[in-house]
Write a protein that binds this ligand. Sequence first.
Ligand SMILES: NC(=O)c1ccc[n+]([C@@H]2O[C@H](COP(=O)([O-])OP(=O)(O)OC[C@H]3O[C@@H](n4cnc5c(N)ncnc54)[C@H](OP(=O)(O)O)[C@@H]3O)[C@@H](O)[C@H]2O)c1
Length: 330
Amino acid sequence: MNLTGNKQIHMVRRPVGMPTDDCFELRETLIPTCGDGQVLRRTLYLSLDPYFRLWMKDAAVDRAAGITPLMIGKTISEVVESANPKFAAGELVCGNDGWQEYGISDGSDLTKADPDIQPVTLLLGPLGGTAFTAYGAMVEICKPKPGETLVVSAAAGAVGSIAGQIGKIWGCRVVGLAGSDEKCRWVTEDLGFDACVNYKTESVSDALARACPNGIDAYYDNVAGSILEAVLEHINYGARIALVGLISQYNATEPPVGPNLWPLLAHNAMIHGFQNNDALGPQFGKDMRDWLAQGKIRYREHIVDGIERAPRAFMGLFRGENIGKAFVRI
Ligand SMILES: NC(=O)c1ccc[n+]([C@@H]2O[C@H](COP(=O)([O-])OP(=O)(O)OC[C@H]3O[C@@H](n4cnc5c(N)ncnc54)[C@H](OP(=O)(O)O)[C@@H]3O)[C@@H](O)[C@H]2O)c1
């Protein structure tokens, strides 16, 4: 099988800001011939995901040098020809064939679609990677308890719509944020969210104050930026925030205002608020007395004499005049 007709989309230029048509090029190549051990398949569905934009930021592209990568993406395909005993023509498989009509490989990158799963697109939706993302961050980070308030951004999207529904299953008050009234209606009327804020037409902070009268216990963040800032104004003691996506910044041409949170997400790292926990007091006292006695903890004191010198000594803290713990000896 090598007539014509494998249409592909390649990246030919790195986007600046929002991707534009001239970043992409449609090409038509020969449909590959199935060699020994190989599996040729025809793409039925290509998943579209925001992370492509992150990939476009880093992928090598140099049109003059002929470096124009095929756009990436997860696919569901039908095997059209197989020279690999593990696959047969007609089977449906999940792979990463990217933006093209036909893919070919030795099959090691493929998983067979369970024929009992119908429609097969469930494997890109509620049984696919985005829903797994929704589930994982809810279980591991948001951990909302019944009665708590969970807020979800990009609530009408693939990840957010599932995360919010999991919150409802777990007995939470769930408030979504989405970019149109139609989306807000869908998540409240069809998905059962308790409220949804159209962040494009309302003050997010004011709307969250109304929708979350008991504050916010968990925030499933798909967007970061100013929405995260508004959510933080209503965050409760001990709240959990899952930083899952920063889509508001993917097309940014300037560094974001405030800290760049991307390294947190990329490294699965966490910022966790802290206030002293009195319950730890007895354990602290025991450990520290032992360590001091054993010489395992050393310390230094910065002592200033006389109450009248307190103001200067205090100001010295901001000039770094102390080494170790500062005191005034009265
Ligand atoms: N950490 C992970 O492993 C992982 C895995 C999958 C996805 N993600 C992230 O999760 C987020 C959602 O992904 P998805 O696949 O479910 O996409 P999606 O929500 O189905 O589609 C993107 C949605 O984001 C919203 N959006 C776009 N620009 C925005 C902006 N500037 N401010 C606020 N909202 C904006 C839009 O909805 P509105 O109309 O509501 O604005 C859009 O429909 C993305 O940030 C993605 O990168 C992370």
